[in-house]
Design a protein around this ligand. Structure first.
Ligand code: I3P
Length: 135
């Protein structure tokens, strides 16, 4: 990872799928969120003003998190998944493929893992995240 702090932000739509390895999120609606990636933290705000976090949730740590395109999620295009070290999982829906790829590469940088040399490599995602998500 470069010595420069990773920083990326923008509007995405988000679905919280899992609270941890065992517990499905109670609210699994898609929410518009203003996402701020800074260092290895991810904050999801209600809007660009960056005052209120969505659902008053805390900042999310991306340390040892995994991120890749959610190829198993077929209801929307350009969706990527972030799986936190806690087992928490989020889907993020980008407006187009380039936006999705930018987010994935920035988040992978922030997680402290090396980005995969070829896109789609399982290096960036545990095998359990491939295909259908069975818990
Ligand atoms: C959820 C909402 C989501 C849907 C989710 C529903 O209902 O319809 O769009 O996810 O399905 O629970 P609500 O808004 O009433 O909370 P998908 O768009 O991925 O289908 P789920 O229960 O299968 O996660």
């Amino acid at each position: 990872m470069s010595s420069e702090t990773v920083h990326h932000e923008g509007l995405l739509t988000r679905k919280h799928e899992w609270v941890n390895d065992e517990e499905k999120a109670t609210n699994r609606s898609w929410d518009k969120v203003y996402v701020v990636l800074h260092g290895n933290t991810l904050s999801c705000y209600k809007d660009k003003k960056k005052q209120d976090r969505i659902h008053h949730e805390p900042v999310l740590s991306l340390a040892s998190a995994a991120c890749r395109k959610a190829t198993d999620y077929t209801k929307r295009p350009n969706v990527f998944r972030v799986k936190l070290a806690t087992g928490g999982e989020y889907l993020f829906h980008a407006k187009h493929e380039a936006e999705m790829e930018t987010w994935i590469s920035q988040i992978v940088l922030a997680t402290g893992t090396e980005p995969a040399s070829a896109s789609g490599s399982s290096q960036t995602m545990p095998a359990t995240m491939e295909g259908s998500v069975e818990k």
